[in-house]
Design a protein around this ligand. Structure first.
Ligand code: PLP
Length: 283
């Protein structure tokens, strides 16, 4: 069976089988990575935190000087239909907008329609808190990490360096401070204080990051959005990663050394509260 068989996608106004969708090799997404994207989830057939994801998509589009090709209502209707035609349930939704098809030239083309693509794949939600290992690596990415660009080669290389070291994720460090993971935001816990890097051009404004901060504060947990020195990992009680497809994951070893006691009681609680919050919003 070919990749994507049995699944439907959306491409430039049409719904069609994923393995039949075609984009020109002159698409600037292919040639330059001149594109932005989003990853969103659906649970029980309902899309979670769509408003937040569409806001970030608009911010990414604005940052790369692309007009948003669809209204919020059009995005909502299209993505819900995409989830429905793929059988509902748990889905990871991927959305990409490129600058469209043109002769290869760094200069923006004029009067070219963007390429709008969305697909989804079944998502099985973790039934409990996952525990993973991480490694610390230098953050060698560009200085507009706040844009959700499809140009992910640095992130891919970093993630695979982590995998080659037997770990799940790379915790990235710039100028002595933790920025984020290669595909996640990072939280560091000392006692009852949770810290994470402040929003800046050095990190992606993670939707899960923002929602988890709200959930924690709503449960009287102190969250500081301030620079987190990499040295603070040495005596951290817990380290967490957040991302849309995995919610919250506990890092129990870093560079082969156990984090704190190896237990993650606050992460357990945060994970539970986050599931309740999601269920409330998806009701
Ligand atoms: C670099 C990076 N940081 C953070 C995140 C987490 O963002 P979100 O919670 O919106 O999925 C991601 C998600 O893929 C990412 O790629």
């Amino acid at each position: 069976m070919s990749v994507g068989a049995g699944r439907s996608c959306y491409l430039n106004g049409d719904f069609l089988p994923l393995n039949e969708a075609r984009v020109s090799v002159l698409d600037r997404g292919f040639i330059f990575g001149d594109a932005v994207y989003e990853v969103i989830i659906a649970q029980g057939g309902r899309i979670f935190a769509l408003e937040e994801h569409l806001e970030r998509l608009t911010n990414s589009l604005n940052a790369v000087l692309l007009d948003n090709p669809l209204t919020a209502g059009e995005w909502q209707a299209m993505l819900q239909r995409l989830v429905d035609v793929n059988g509902g349930g748990g889905q990871t939704i991927y959305v990409q907008v490129t600058r469209g098809v043109a002769e290869r030239d760094h200069a923006f083309p004029r009067g070219v329609a963007p390429t709008v693509f969305a697909m989804c794949r079944p998502l099985s939600v973790a039934d409990g808190l996952a525990r993973v290992g991480a490694v610390v690596l230098p953050d060698n990415r560009w200085l507009r990490c706040d844009i959700k660009s499809t140009s992910l080669l640095p992130n891919i290389l970093l993630r695979n360096q982590a995998i080659a070291a037997g770990a799940y994720e790379a915790i990235l460090v710039r100028d002595g401070f933790i920025t984020e993971g290669s595909a996640s935001n990072v939280f560091v816990v000392h006692g009852d204080c949770v810290r994470t890097a402040p929003l800046s051009a050095q990190i992606l404004p993670g939707v899960s990051r923002a929602l988890l901060i709200d959930v924690l504060r709503g449960n009287d947990v102190t969250v500081e959005e301030e620079p987190v020195p990499v040295a603070s990992l040495g005596d951290a009680d817990e380290v967490w990663l957040t991302s849309t497809t995995r919610d919250l994951v506990a890092v129990t070893s870093i560079d082969g050394v156990m984090v704190g006691s190896g237990e993650s009681p606050l992460a357990e609680r945060a994970f539970r509260e986050f599931q309740l919050y999601k269920a409330f919003r998806l009701r």
